[in-house]
Structure formats: structure tokens, C-alpha cells
Design a protein around this ligand. Structure first.
Ligand code: PA5
Length: 371
């Protein structure tokens, strides 16, 4: 597919084009298959001291890049999950979490205070706990408590470790028979990752690379990203990648809910914002027929209030493969956009500054692992 943009001043081809990517995030996407395999092996190797049938429900606790992994997994399997699976982005655990709840603490760094607080509460409730982390206080605290820990390679940005955080969640759901067996889905997903990197990676020249072409269409724009069903969490992932990689504002929303409120606001869209708004429709061939119609009809209603509209559809057979297809596209588009904006996509200074400030005051609970 092409998006009709012309090559601009900043090149996206040739070895020098990627020099600004100081942490190698673009090269990292290229390692997706290896990351997928390592994460799968690590999660399969962890011993779980309870039988699969002990689990009545699941809470996956995390924030940001470590939480979206949970949303993507539950988004892909939402129609076939056999027991409730909830993402918890909070300091507090919901009251229903009990000693038969599988609580997966998902923190790439192992130092995120919301997740650490949830971890101590999960132990207080005698929940069936597993951590997925590169270490930090979560890793050391849980290891000391004898809790299973799925190890993740350290030294990455959390959002660049998405597959390393996501695949263990899939393996855990599979090991507890909370989904139909995932073996063939995982194989297809792996092949999809390889194909996506081959199609959109940095070595593919812009003239043949839809991800590079698409990145140019976002120059000077504010992405408004809409998803539905399987693509609803993808819209959030794309938003986060535009924010953190390209360092621009971006907003995500989901149909059908936005048809019940958000569309009304388009009538009052300020001119300056309308001139910058680039609406992205993340579609999926298996969306409900009425959701397909909603995408078409809603687009008709709002398109005169935005500068651009781009419709993108996932490709692949299984839900996980279709999900990862668009994850990789969003990753590359946001990373290429960073280069077009002349910024290093790696550092996320705002997040780090805020975490440092919060750490100065602490957030003590008596059983708090980070205290
Ligand atoms: O992308 C990021 O860096 C953030 O969204 C982090 O993922 C978030 O702050 C949570 O940190 P961690 O993933 O290390 O638990």
C-alpha cells in the first residue's frame, strides 16, 4: 500500500538516516522474532507451584508499556477467554482478587511504584503470583518471597520490550488453559513479525516502504487514533508510541463508544486543531458488521473537521497475528516520524523526571516491597 506522500528533506534511507536513534529502537524492532522466541522459552521454563485448575480469574498489574502488553493479549483473545482476565493500572487491587486469582505483575523495570504496591497487596491476599520483569525491586522482592519470576533481558526501554512482556502473558494464559491451545497462533504470529519487519524495516527504501511513507503524512499533525474490538488496544499502543517515540501529542479512542459522545465535539473543532488533526482508523476484517458500518459512517460525519484521514486494516488469519501486524507498523511509523522531526526516539525524559520526583517522597505501605 502507498499513502501518496512525497519524499521530503530529511531522508529515511541510507545508514546515516538512523544515526539519531541513539538507543537503537529501530534496530530493536528488527529483532522481533528473536525477542519473541526468547520470551516464549523463558516463560515456558518457569515452574509454577500450583495446578492450572486452581486459577479462577486473572489480574495483570502494570503501567504504561508493561500494561499495554496485557491489553493487547486480552484484546486478541477477548472472545475466547474462558475466565475473567483484567488489566489493573492502579495502586489498589480490586476487592475480588483472592487466593485463587492468578496475579501477573508486569513491570519491565521492576521499579514502578503502582505495580510494586499491587505486588505487596497480592501477596497479602495469598494470590497465585508471577512476575514478568527485568529485575528491579519487583524481581528481587519476589525472588526472595519464592514467587515465580519470568526473567526479561535488562537495558531496554519498556515500550521496546513489548514482545518480551507480552509473550509471557500468552504463555501463562495457555499454561492455565484459559484460552484454546495457542501453539499454532504463536507460530503464525512469529511468521507475521518476520514478514512485517521485512516489509517495513529500515533497509526497505521509502519508495517501497509504506511505513516510511505513512510516517511523512504525520509531519506537523496530531494523530487521533481510533480502534474497535481487536484494534481498540492497538489505538492506545499507537498513541503511546507517537507520544514516546516521536514526542508529539496523540489521542486514542474506541468505537462504538466514541459514537455516543466524542463525535459531537467535532462540530466545535477549533480551526487550528482541525488543520493539524490526522485521523487514523485502525480496522480489522473480523470486526462486527455494524462496527464496519460505524467506521464508514462516522468517518463521513467527521472528515470535514480534520486535515487527513487514513484507514489501515490488519492482515493475517489469527487474531494475535493481526494484532502484531499493526503493532509493528505503529512502531515503525512512530520511530520514522521521530527521525523526520529530528528527535532521538529513545529517551523519555518527562517520565523519568516524574518518577524521580515521586521517589523522593516515597509512598510507604507497611508491607511495601519498595520501602
Ligand atoms: O514506556 C514507558 O517507559 C512507560 O510507559 C513505562 O512502561 C511505565 O512507566 C512503567 O514502567 P515499567 O514498564 O518499567 O513498569
Amino acid at each position: 500500500m502507498t499513502y501518496g506522500s512525497l519524499p521530503g528533506v530529511i531522508p529515511l534511507d541510507g545508514p546515516d538516516a538512523f544515526a539519531r536513534d541513539g538507543l537503537g529502537l529501530i534496530a530493536g524492532v528488527g529483532d522481533s522474532v528473536a525477542a519473541f522466541d526468547e520470551a516464549r522459552a523463558a516463560a515456558e521454563a518457569v515452574e509454577l507451584p500450583w495446578p492450572a485448575e486452581a486459577v479462577t480469574d486473572v489480574a495483570i498489574c502494570g503501567m504504561g508499556g508493561s500494561a499495554i502488553a496485557a491489553d493487547l493479549v486480552t484484546g486478541a483473545y477477548r472472545e475466547v477467554l474462558l475466565k475473567p482476565v483484567t488489566t489493573v493500572r492502579d495502586y489498589h487491587l480490586p476487592g475480588w482478587i483472592s487466593d485463587s486469582t492468578l496475579v501477573i505483575l508486569s513491570s519491565y523495570s521492576g521499579g514502578t511504584e503502582e505495580t510494586l504496591t499491587a505486588a505487596s497487596q497480592a501477596l497479602e491476599r495469598n494470590a497465585l503470583c508471577v512476575a514478568v520483569t527485568s529485575g528491579g525491586k519487583l524481581g528481587s522482592f519476589y525472588a526472595a518471597e519464592g514467587v515465580p519470576v519470568v526473567p526479561v533481558v535488562p537495558g531496554l526501554q519498556p515500550r521496546a520490550a513489548l514482545l518480551r512482556m507480552m509473550v509471557p502473558l500468552l504463555v501463562m494464559l495457555d499454561r492455565h488453559a484459559l484460552t484454546p491451545p495457542l501453539t499454532s497462533d504463536l507460530e503464525e504470529a512469529r511468521a507475521t513479525l518476520a514478514a512485517a519487519v521485512a516489509a517495513w524495516g529500515p533497509d526497505v527504501p521509502e519508495a517501497e516502504n509504506p511505513a516510511k511513507q505513512l510516517a511523512r503524512t504525520f509531519e506537523g499533525r496530531v494523530p487521533l487514533i481510533w480502534g474497535a474490538e481487536l484494534t481498540a488496544p492497538l489505538a492506545v499502543r499507537w498513541k503511546g508510541q507517537f507520544n514516546e517515540n516521536a514526542k508529539i501529542p496523540a489521542y486514542a479512542s474506541a468505537l462504538p463508544e466514541l459514537d455516543h459522545n466524542e463525535i459531537v465535539g467535532f462540530a466545535g473543532m477549533p480551526e487550528q486543531l482541525a488543520a493539524m488533526a490526522h485521523l487514523v482508523l485502525l480496522r480489522d476484517p473480523r470486526q462486527h458488521r455494524q462496527v464496519q458500518r460505524r467506521f464508514d459512517l462516522t468517518r463521513e460525519l467527521v472528515e470535514s473537521h480534520v486535515a487527513d484521514v487514513t484507514s489501515i486494516s490488519s492482515e493475517g488469519q489469527g487474531a494475535l497475528a493481526r494484532m502484531l501486524d499493526l503493532v509493528v507498523l505503529g512502531d515503525y511509523v512512530s520511530l520514522y516520524l521521530a527521525l523526520l522531526r529530528g528527535v532521538d526516539p529513545g529517551p523519555v525524559e518527562m517520565i523519568e523526571r516524574l518518577k524521580e520526583r515521586l521517589a523522593q517522597t516515597g509512598y510507604g505501605r507497611s508491607a511495601d516491597p519498595s520501602a
